[in-house]
Ligand binder design. Structure first.
Ligand SMILES: [Zn+2]
Length: 99
């Protein structure tokens, strides 16, 4: 009886940690897409130049497409933070090919 209880408990812990992992990964991906670093919290900054009346935007997160699997679905995107040097790869599902 005790063994079963232990196994059930271990099973629940595993499921919970997996869910937590995916949740945090999604949050990180969302932040990176917004241009915010999930590690150091740096954001894209905007500067306004009064002399020329223009607004400059300095991005902190740089994204680069690593692999494109074509019509079948996912694209691997590498995000890089200019401030702390964070490097993360996320799989972004594309909308597919519109033929
Ligand atoms: Zn950073």
């Amino acid at each position: 009886m005790q063994t079963i209880l232990f196994l059930v408990l271990a099973f629940l812990i595993v499921i919970f940690s997996v869910l937590q992992y995916f949740k945090s990964k999604k949050t990180r991906e969302f932040k990176l897409n917004e241009g915010i670093c999930p590690s150091c919290g740096a954001k894209a900054r905007t500067f306004y130049d009064k002399n020329t009346n223009t607004t400059f935007k300095q991005e902190v997160i740089k994204s680069r497409i690593l692999k494109n699997h074509g019509c079948s679905g996912v694209t691997e995107v590498e995000y890089k933070c200019n401030v702390c040097g964070l490097k993360e790869v996320h799989q972004v599902s594309s909308a597919g090919c519109n033929l």
